[in-house]
Design a protein around this ligand. Structure first.
Ligand code: HSE
Length: 310
């Protein structure tokens, strides 16, 4: 095998109360990375399609940084090199795991080319190196669902322990991405570094409730447990029309709604495609009427994670 192309889905991280620990993968939207073996040693970014603000210097690009982390862990060192073509569909600074999709696709494609020395789980720490480059934090809540698919919980970072969660098949998500850029690094910086015991109790009760709600397919419990008292109070200030989105989604039968990753995208969970579609139409109108352009996505949870295309 001399070349490999992989699609890695966009993701919704945090999922309300699960700051830095919960995430799920979306269908149809994601980045694609094509990796080719070359006779020249080293890593090269050949081209980046669909974005013009992404660095092509291999030490500054999340794909090549993640790929290098993988190569550094191989027992047998490579004499050849690899070149990368990155097709970006997930906008940087959207809150939909843009850097994670690229990092995930890069390590899965490179691993395929190498004859799969690593399992999908093993690839997560390599992709996390891309996240560290992008946001200064090695968080796995986007890369884990992008690589593995489904709904994941990072139960522990040291050691890294990722749990695939059960969730109801009927779950549908509406995501609205208002076109204002919020950099993860900035949106991490504004978070309070200390929280009160009362806040912590509320948050961990909600994370427990959310995991239980998913496992029991209890939509009411899922809705109650999305509430985030840690990141949402500060981050929501960076998102235009946030309160209105919450009110509309609640009135239209959404189970609950919160910030996707570090924002500005907002996700709404529902138990039917019809409700999700109606909410999507209303949110699109809300932003249009306020002269803010936006993208809207409707998706089931993507079970597959990264997919090898060729
Ligand atoms: N857990 C990360 C954060 C996700 O909220 O900063 C970033 O997509």
């Amino acid at each position: 095998m001399k070349k490999c192309t992989v699609f890695a889905p966009a993701t919704v991280a945090n999922v309300g109360s699960g700051f830095d620990v919960l995430g799920f993968a979306l269908c149809d939207v994601g980045d694609t990375v094509h990796v080719k073996k070359s006779s020249t040693p080293g890593l090269v970014i050949e081209s980046i399609i669909g974005a013009n603000n992404i660095p092509s210097d291999p030490v500054k690009n999340v794909c090549t940084v993640a790929a290098q982390a993988l190569l550094d862990c191989l027992e047998e060192k490579q004499e050849n090199g690899y070149s990368f073509i990155i097709t970006k569909e997930v906008a940087a600074g959207s809150g939909l795991g843009s850097s994670a999709s690229s990092s995930a696709a890069a390590v899965v494609a490179l691993n395929e080319l190498l004859g799969s020395p690593f399992s999908r789980h093993d690839l997560i720490p390599f992709a996390m190196k891309g996240e560290a480059l992008a946001s200064g934090a090695e968080h796995a809540d986007n890369v884990a669902p992008s690589i593995l698919g489904g709904f994941t919980l990072i139960q522990s970072y040291e050691p890294l322990r990722v749990v695939n969660l059960h969730y109801p098949e009927e779950l549908v998500v509406t995501v609205v991405h208002p076109h204002v850029e919020v950099k993860t690094v900035d949106s991490k910086r504004i978070l309070k570094q200390n929280i009160s015991l009362k806040t912590a109790i509320t948050q961990w009760a909600n994370v427990g409730g959310l995991v239980a709600g998913l496992a029991q397919e209890n939509f009411e419990l899922i809705g109650h447990s999305l509430h985030d008292v840690v990141a949402e109070p500060t981050r929501s200030m960076l998102i235009p029309m946030y309160e209105q989105v919450k009110i509309i989604s609640r009135e239209m039968g959404g189970l609950g709604c919160s910030i996707s990753g570090s924002g500005p995208s907002i996700f709404v969970l529902t138990d039917s495609m019809e409700k999700a579609k109606n909410i999507a139409d209303s949110l699109e109108s809300l932003y249009m009427n306020n002269f803010i352009s936006c993208d809207v996505y409707l998706s089931k949870i993507n079970k597959m994670g990264c997919q090898v295309i060729q």
